[in-house]
Design a protein around this ligand. Structure first.
Ligand SMILES: Nc1nc2c(c(=O)[nH]1)N[C@H]1C(S)=C(S)[C@@H](COP(=O)(O)OP(=O)(O)OC[C@H]3O[C@@H](n4cnc5c(=O)[nH]c(N)nc54)[C@H](O)[C@@H]3O)O[C@H]1N2
Ligand SMILES: Nc1nc2c(c(=O)[nH]1)N[C@H]1C(S)=C(S)[C@@H](COP(=O)(O)OP(=O)(O)OC[C@H]3O[C@@H](n4cnc5c(=O)[nH]c(N)nc54)[C@H](O)[C@@H]3O)O[C@H]1N2
Ligand SMILES: [Mo]
Length: 777
């Protein structure tokens, strides 16, 4: 069995691994201390602090971390511990230079951990892989563009190239990229969103007419109940904790549905609340913790709906009948489906008692305005899209759209992942959009659907894809089935990584390979037309300008937008599109965005004069439904399970999740403070009874093996079991170390999103000897 490079961290070998449960509230002084520490580690205390002052402020830049919006009027400083980490790592003093690459062969670098690669610092000049020396060597920008163009033009078909986007790419870049790739001739746009909130984008349109969330920030102030489902807010969208704290202080119930009691959602101290900090006070966040089994959410939702229908049958009016009559279709079919499932099955599959489900249904029934937030715990299942539709069903039953304090709230990940989608990064574009592109730009775009992430990997495996072009991100580390995916990438003729930092995606490369370094979000973009800014769309559909404040890391990095334009000019010399102009003046790009999207982007350039930006129209907020029948639809999904049932009592469901000190594939440290894990990431969180049933000790080192019937053995070794209050039958461990366990074909058919939260695994003996973890008593 191959060992996966990067799984075991050489740095942490010298430090003792430890498991020491965290008993403090999340946030508070722990977060403040961690912020100062990361700024010091990256040697950017002064620069970083200056950056934090400009982050998420009007006229400044947007935090490169998550997609949570800025407040309308709130604290003076608007950043969190994890935003500070993202900024410190972007503004770091460390540099990856040509001397660095001269010192290490690529084979040597693949032996280093993801953490070590990240800590080497910012990329400073374009590099080309040299097979003779097995090293990256410098290349001039023009030669890099020529090399890409040569490869692209040599393809038999444009569909042999895969154009990936990670969600940090700004609107202007993403828009030009989508136009260039379509003029080149393909819709192959695998996107990080395919692994993330695609079930939202694909599931919600048939339900409410748009694949986006429907709340705005102010809705938190008017909500009467908030549900947080399958989302680790305190780590992944820490700025949302302010909204939850404020809601709790107003006495609003917050219902948490999660197989793990995430620390911050239990008790939280706001690092920016001086009084609470001074008194070591904290706020209890969840008023009701629903300790669901992995994949048990469908049963919980159906139980809630059943309780509502039963109340109606008893003559207690809990549904919004006027709304249902005027705005929806399909109630009776939904009722029939929900009433056909028994309470016995609901409680068995969810792991939640009828009493508790009735209680949270009661909270929901009483509330006149409810927000339901959800994250990867809902989307990353085999039926993630249909699960999202059930969240919408619940909300529709009480008319929770188009009124203050209510709505559906997918909490997106990357800061512009939603914007990239809006602006054309879509492997299945609509014909109406393609017509607009044709009319505005004067070329005929390809009409057939392109590849999403999984299809792109399959094409690489099959040898039909020849080129991978990565606009940001760390594709090879983010995707499932690590071993197969590495092999697939290595078959390519050319891999291009447009990046700020060195990552494994640059080391698992094609026959030829390029690393092209960019100006980062926090840095100034200067062109002949003066300083430029870009725009992003957050998870609540606010479009705001982002203007960097630091000098670029080197004179040899380029804005992403320029890279797209120059690749286009080199590849399509006959193009009539004025690419050279777009390099200089981003207003020209925004004017074209307005032409392609008149319904939402009219007057874009003008609107961007307001540093607060503007809100894109979300029709359900006006109770307008852009569905084929013009109504909101109750959608039926029969049964109670969202993942294939494995008939073996040894089976455990594994959720691959993020630690507190990582940003996706970027590892900031090997600690996970709120879960009490220090100096290691090779752990699995397990319920004590599940552990004892297997005759194992707390701290035992084991392997995990996936149930799969496609002939591949998927196995990860050297994992320490930690007693953790997980729901029964549910275990969790870290992404990306456990991606080798996630089969490529284990995904939601509607969205193509891998079921990274529901991998069926069994515990198997360990064949290596891992260093023991000290378990604090
Ligand atoms: N600091 C930091 N911020 C980030 C990121 C990061 O890596 N670091 N990543 C960004 C990105 S791209 C994204 S998409 C978001 C991700 O943010 P989240 O959606 O919070 O992602 P995860 O940490 O993967 O896991 C979410 C939660 O799902 C729970 N869960 C697992 N399975 C189930 C289930 O079956 N049902 C329920 N109800 N819950 C379940 C887990 O216990 C965990 O609490 O965060 C973004 N922000
Ligand atoms: N098993 C499992 N797999 C998962 C998930 C999971 O929960 N479990 N989560 C999935 C999710 S939600 C997502 S979104 C994907 C994430 O997949 P990606 O978006 O591909 O991964 P990231 O780790 O966010 O990418 C990090 C890299 O982006 C580059 N970068 C950072 N900033 C910039 C910038 O400003 N410009 C450019 N050009 N490059 C930049 C840096 O080089 C850095 O190394 O992973 C998915 N994979
Ligand atoms: Mo994501």
């Amino acid at each position: 069995m191959a060992s996966f490079k990067g799984s075991v961290d050489i740095m942490s070998k010298n430090k003792e691994s430890e498991f020491k449960p965290y008993h403090h509230p999340a946030g508070g002084w722990g977060a403040t201390g961690a912020t100062a520490k990361v700024l010091m580690e990256q040697s950017v205390l002064v620069k970083g602090s200056r950056g934090l002052l400009a982050m998420n402020q009007p006229g400044g830049f947007k935090c490169p971390s998550c997609a949570f919006p800025d407040p309308d009027h709130r604290k003076k400083l608007e950043f969190c511990e994890n935003g500070a980490k993202a900024l410190a790592h972007e503004a770091t003093k460390a540099r990856v230079t040509r001397e660095f690459f001269a010192q290490h062969t690529v084979t040597e670098l693949t032996e280093c951990s993801d953490y070590w690669l990240e800590m080497q610092g910012r990329l400073t000049e374009p590099m080309r892989y040299d097979p003779a020396s097995d090293k990256y060597v410098p290349i001039a920008w023009d030669d890099a563009y020529t090399l890409i163009a040569k490869h692209l033009r040599a393809l038999e078909s444009p569909h042999q190239a895969e154009f990936y986007t990670s969600g940090r790419t700004a609107n202007e870049t993403a828009f030009l990229y989508s136009i260039f790739v379509r003029e080149f001739g393909t819709n192959n746009f695998p996107d990080c969103s395919n692994m993330c909130h695609e079930p939202t984008s694909r599931g919600l349109p048939s339900s409410i007419g748009i694949g986006k969330g429907t709340i705005v920030m102010a809705d938190f102030d008017h909500a009467e109940a908030i549900f947080v489902i399958g989302q680790n807010t305190g780590t992944n969208s820490p700025r949302m904790m302010t909204n939850l704290v404020e809601a709790r202080k107003r006495g609003i119930p917050i219902v948490l549905i999660n197989p793990m009691p995430e620390r911050a959602l239990i008790r939280f101290t706001e690092p920016q609340d001086i009084l609470q900090m001074g008194t070591f006070g904290s706020t209890a966040i969840s008023s009701e913790f629903v300790h669901v089994r992995i994949g048990g959410d469908l049963a919980v939702f159906k139980g809630m709906m059943r309780a509502l229908f039963e109340a109606e049958d008893r003559g207690e009016p809990v549904l919004d009948h006027a709304f249902i009559a005027n705005h929806t279709v399909g109630l009776e079919a939904l009722r029939a489906d929900v009433m056909s499932v028994s309470w016995a099955d609901i409680t068995r599959i969810s792991g939640i008692s009828e009493e508790q489900i009735r209680r949270i249904a009661g909270i929901y029934a009483k509330s006149n305005a409810t927000i339901m937030c959800y994250g990867m715990g809902i989307t990353q299942h085999q039926e993630g899209s249909q699960l999202v539709q059930q969240v919408a069903n619940l909300l529709l039953l009480k008319g929770n759209f188009g009124k203050k304090g209510a709505g559906i709230a997918p909490i997106r990940g990357h800061s512009n992942v939603q914007g990239d989608r809006t602006i054309g990064i879509d492997e299945k574009p609509t014909q109406a959009y393609l017509d607009r592109v044709r009319d505005v730009f004067g070329f005929e775009p390809p009409r057939e659907h392109g590849h999403h992430v999984i299809e792109a990997v399959e094409a690489m495996e099959a040898g039909t894809a020849k080129i991978f072009f990565g606009m940001g991100g760390n594709f090879v580390r983010a995707i499932p089935d690590t071993e197969r995916s590495y092999a697939a990438m290595a078959k390519l003729d050319l891999t291009v990584g447009i990046a700020t930092k060195l990552n494994r995606g640059h080391l698992i490369h094609g026959k030829e390979a390029l690393i092209l370094p960019v100006v980062a979000r926090s840095e100034i973009i200067r062109t002949s037309a003066g300083e430029q800014f870009v725009t992003i769309e957050d998870t609540m559909s606010n479009v705001t300008p982002s203007r960097g404040v630091f000098e670029p890391v080197s004179s040899d990095v380029r804005p992403e937008t320029e890279i797209v334009c120059r690749v286009a000019m080199a590849t399509l010399p006959e193009s009539k599109i004025p690419w050279a102009d777009y390099i200089e003046d981003y207003t020209l790009i925004r004017d074209k965005i307005a032409e392609v999207y008149p319904a939402i982007y009219t007057g874009f350039s003008e609107k961007m004069k307001d540093p607060h930006g503007f809100h894109l129209d979300i029709p359900p907020r006006r109770r307008v439904w852009m569905t084929p029948n013009g109504k909101a639809n109750f959608l039926v999904f029969p049964g109670l399970t969202v993942d294939d049932v494995i008939d073996d009592p040894a089976m455990l469901r594994l959720a691959t999740i993020r630690s507190h000190d990582q940003y996706n594939t970027t590892i900031y440290s090997n600690n996970d403070r709120y879960r009490g894990v220090y100096n290691t990431r090779m752990v699995i969180f397990m319920n004590k009874e599940d552990r004892e049933a297997r005759g194992l000790e707390n701290g035992a080192v084991v392997g995990l093996e996936t149930y799969s019937d496609d002939g591949y053995r998927r196995y990860v070794d050297g994992l320490t079991i930690l007693d953790y209050p997980m729901s029964r039958g549910s275990i969790a461990g870290y992404y990306p170390e456990l991606n080798p366990l996630l089969p490529l074909d284990f995904f939601d058919e509607i969205s193509g999103t891998p079921a990274a939260k529901a991998i069926p695994v069994k515990v198997v003996p360990s064949v290596t000897s891992a260093a023991p973890i000290r378990i604090a008593g």
